[in-house]
Design a protein around this ligand. Structure first.
Ligand code: BEZ
Length: 184
């Protein structure tokens, strides 16, 4: 699969006659909300773990020296906390471009903090995408993040903002917090 997923995402879901869609955010969508939304609610999805395993050649790194950003990895029983936004389908015209480096939209069940459930869309960069970097030791990941920077700013800022946003949500993500403490 090529890096640029914009065209691929446009053909994945049909929004004809749909006025709003839930979108689950677990990474930069939690703290960088540069899109309009109708409603915002903390939510959790099951069976997925957040990992800094996706390369960033366009935002937090460069093609020559990619940074690392989060994707979701299938892990039975894992819980991933994030924020669900109810958005107009038009929002995907913007987000598909913002998150074009290997991320595809998938459908997922979500549980809101009050116990209610809904179906939402979530961007996931799967292992077969060209920008996928995969696992490494937490020290090596933190070192790569510490030295990387790209058009959207330092990779360290991405990690620190995400850790801060997760703390504000009351989440404890050991992977993210371990990287944060290495970085600090
Ligand atoms: C998110 O915050 O949900 C997100 C993470 C990576 C790419 C796109 C969206």
């Amino acid at each position: 699969m090529s890096f640029d997923t914009v065209e691929h995402n446009r053909s994945r879901q049909q929004f004809d006659g749909v006025s709003s869609v839930w979108l689950f955010g677990y990474g930069s969508l939690i703290y960088k909300v540069d899109f309009p939304f109708l409603e915002q609610r903390p939510a959790t999805i099951e069976g997925w773990a957040r990992r800094f395993w996706q390369g960033s050649h366009d935002h937090r790194g460069t093609p020559e020296a990619p940074g690392r950003v989060v994707t979701l990895i299938e892990q039975p029983g894992a819980l991933c906390k994030g924020v669900a936004y109810r958005v107009s389908p038009q929002v995907f015209q913007h987000l598909d471009v913002r998150e074009k480096n290997g991320y595809l939209r998938f459908s997922t069940p979500m549980v809101f903090d009050d116990g209610n459930c809904a179906e939402g869309l979530v961007y996931i960069a799967t292992e077969d995408n060209a920008a996928f970097l995969g696992p490494a030791s937490s020290l090596d990941i933190a070192r790569q993040i510490a030295r990387s920077t790209g058009p959207s700013g330092p990779n360290s800022e991405y990690l620190l903002k995400l850790a801060e946003a997760l703390r504000a949500l009351g989440d404890h993500d050991p992977h993210v917090f371990e990287l944060e403490s290495h970085l600090l």
